[in-house]
Design a binder for this molecule. Structure first.
Ligand SMILES: NC(=O)c1ccc[n+]([C@@H]2O[C@H](COP(=O)([O-])OP(=O)(O)OC[C@H]3O[C@@H](n4cnc5c(N)ncnc54)[C@H](O)[C@@H]3O)[C@@H](O)[C@H]2O)c1
Length: 243
């Protein structure tokens, strides 16, 4: 049986690895990103690249309906698109705050709301990409960390509300992952090499995770073997929050 999925933030990084892993696991995927590079994902009937902004009002409903129209079902939503902001609290403007919540939080809720009735039909699930920044304090990223705390709580709330209807909702909480996301933030630091050294020293395994390691955790949470897991925030952080 072919399964159907919607993945946001699919053009690169973790989202792209998720699409590749899901395809190997037998899913057909609506792969959505604001970046046109998402079209590089083969448009062969298995993966349907969609260039769209998650913040646009029509995007979530259109993506869910596209998946159902093309695949006949929706089994999985991966809310992964987000922006990062490294900025001390006193330098974080109202626009910074509103902009991050508009990108990182509101669309995840709106995608979930659009998908939940379809997921109830298939007894499917949602996996959200949170962050260790949503679990513990990390300096100089207050607005970003608040958005990820909101994703953690979105996960728990929907898990409890929708368990009786057979829908599971979980999240992964990555530590630093070797993607463009962190490279760009680090490039803006006064001393990128020192910043990287601090990042690595915070991870007991001494390295960043790979996008594929996070993707495997997402696919694990979606798999039937995880039928007993809902409301869980699975850290993929090389031991960061265990210290
Ligand atoms: N990289 C890390 O160290 C790290 C750590 C913890 C959590 N995360 C989380 O992992 C997820 C993926 O991050 P990544 O590292 O792969 O980042 P990335 O920047 O490589 O990929 C994010 C993707 O989201 C897309 N995107 C951003 N805004 C969008 C919008 N408005 N509409 C549609 N698409 C949009 C981008 O175009 C990009 O392709 C994010 O939720 C991020 O918060 C990343």
């Amino acid at each position: 049986m072919e399964l159907g999925a919607v993945v946001t933030g699919a053009a690169r990084g973790i989202g792209r690895s998720v699409v590749e892993r899901l395809r190997s696991a037998g899913y057909r995927v609506v792969a959505l990103d604001v970046a046109p590079e998402v079209k590089e994902l083969a448009e062969d009937g298995w993966i349907l690249p969609v260039v769209a902004d998650v913040t646009a009002d029509e995007t979530p409903g259109a993506a869910v309906e596209r998946a159902v129209a093309k695949f006949g079902r929706l089994d999985l939503l991966v809310n992964n698109a987000a922006r990062f902001l490294r900025r001390p609290a006193l330098e974080t403007s109202d626009d910074d705050f509103d902009g991050l919540f508009a990108t990182n939080v509101r669309p995840a809720f709106r995608f979930a709301r659009a998908a939940l009735p379809r997921l109830a039909d298939s007894r499917g699930c949602i996996v959200n990409t949170a962050s260790i920044s949503g679990l513990i304090g990390v300096p100089n990223q207050v607005a970003y960390a608040m958005t990820k705390g909101a994703i953690v709580q979105l996960t728990r709330q929907l898990a409890v509300e929708w368990a009786p209807r057979g829908v599971r909702v979980n999240a992964v909480a990555p530590g630093a992952v070797d993607t463009g996301f962190m490279d760009e933030a680090r490039a803006a630091d006064p001393d990128p090499a020192a910043s990287l050294a601090v990042t690595l020293s915070n991870h007991p395994i001494g390295r960043m995770s790979t996008p594929d390691e996070v993707a495997r955790a997402i696919v694990f949470l979606a798999a039937p073997e995880s039928a007993g897991i809902t409301g869980t925030i699975l850290s993929v952080d090389g031991g960061y929050v265990a210290r």
